[in-house]
Every structure is written in structure tokens, then in C-alpha cells.
Design a protein around this ligand. Structure first.
Ligand code: HEM
Ligand code: CA
Length: 164
């Protein structure tokens, strides 16, 4: 596709059947730079961006919380804040995006027609921001980011975590 020729280094695949997703099916939305960077690298540039996290929280409450709970801890759909994943691909930003974009089983439908790609990245940044699982299992974080998370939790130890 044109997108591939334009330099999308990452291939995004349907969480269930592995089929390559056509990312052009969703609108880009407000932050084309972030979307472009994400499609190239597979890493969400909005992780840790406080303004994006706030927008993502609102989007999560509208589009996801009905099934995943107000704090993402699970209801009809599973908890998204612990370190157990039905699909281990969701431990990467590319995998999480693909699940939102293309859906999974049962009520977890695709969101490419109801959310822009910017909104998907923002809600992903929110989901990562409320993570309570072990830092060592946060595959989307670099080693430095894992260390920073552990340090933050040590300063304010309310989430269960491993010592190192
Ligand atoms: C599964 C995210 C909206 C119901 C999942 C998973 C993710 C996710 C990442 C896979 C979790 C894992 O691997 O353990 C989201 C996000 C949403 C959203 C970010 C909003 C954009 C919804 C809605 C419903 C729903 C609206 C209900 C109508 C489910 C169910 C599963 C699931 C039942 C389990 C599917 C399976 O295991 O294949 N969701 N979800 N989700 N979600 Fe959602
Ligand atoms: Ca989980």
C-alpha cells in the first residue's frame, strides 16, 4: 500500500487471525505527527504525555469503561491494568493498538470506525498510565522507564509491585 511505501516500518496485525490491518480505514484525527511516528515505530509517542493521558481518560470513559470498568479493572471485559493478558501482543503498543483497531472476541469489537487513530493512541496512553502490574512485565517500557516506574512506586507505594 501507499502507507507501506511511505515508510510504515511496523506491520499491524489483527489480534485474533493475524491478518494485516489496513490502517487507512480509520481517520487520523487531531495529532497526525503522533500517528505518523507511531505507524513508523510501533511505539506510542503519547505515553507519559499528561495532556494526551487526560484526553485518553475521557475517551476511555466513553468508549471502553462500560465493559472494562471505570478504572479499567474489568467488568464484562478483562482488567487492562494488571499484568495478565489474554493476548500477550497487548504488552506492546503495536499490539494494544491492533486490538483496539481490529477488535478481539465477543463484545470486543473493532473501533476503527468509531475512533480516530489519535483517540486510540490517547486512550492507550491512559491505559498505560493506570498500569498496576509488575514493572518487569511492562514490555512497552524501556529498561530506563521500568526503573523510573519502580522508583515512583517506591516513593508512593500503593500499587503492588516486585522489588526489582
Ligand atoms: C478485550 C481494550 C472496548 C469488551 C480487550 C482487550 C483489550 C481491550 C486490550 C484484550 C485484553 C487482553 O489481552 O487481556 C479495549 C479498549 C476499548 C474497549 C481500549 C475502548 C476503546 C470494549 C467494549 C466492550 C469490550 C466497548 C464491550 C462491548 C471486551 C471483551 C474482551 C475485551 C469481552 C475479551 C475479548 C477476548 O478475550 O477476545 N479489550 N476494549 N471492550 N474487551 Fe475491550
Ligand atoms: Ca488483564
Amino acid at each position: 500500500s501507499i502507507a507501506t511505501l511511505a515508510g510504515a516500518a511496523e506491520t499491524f496485525r489483527n489480534t485474533l487471525n493475524g491478518e494485516v490491518l489496513d490502517l487507512s480505514k480509520a481517520e487520523v484525527g487531531e495529532n497526525p505527527d503522533a500517528v505518523k511516528q507511531f505507524e513508523k515505530t510501533g511505539k506510542n509517542p503519547l505515553n507519559g504525555d499528561e495532556a494526551a493521558v487526560q484526553k485518553g481518560k475521557d475517551e476511555f470513559l466513553v468508549a471502553c469503561a462500560g465493559c472494562h470498568g471505570h478504572y479499567g479493572k474489568g467488568k464484562i471485559g478483562p482488567s487492562l491494568v494488571d499484568d495478565y493478558w489474554t493476548y500477550e501482543t497487548n504488552m506492546t503498543d503495536a499490539g494494544l493498538f491492533s486490538t483496539i483497531f481490529g477488535g478481539a472476541r465477543a463484545q470486543m469489537g473493532p473501533h476503527y470506525m468509531s475512533m480516530t487513530k489519535t483517540e486510540m493512541l490517547e486512550s492507550m496512553a491512559y491505559i498505560r498510565s493506570i498500569y498496576e502490574g509488575k514493572a518487569s512485565k511492562a514490555k512497552w517500557l524501556t529498561l530506563e522507564e521500568k526503573k523510573a516506574l519502580l522508583k515512583k512506586r517506591k516513593a508512593k507505594p500503593d500499587a503492588g509491585d516486585d522489588a526489582g
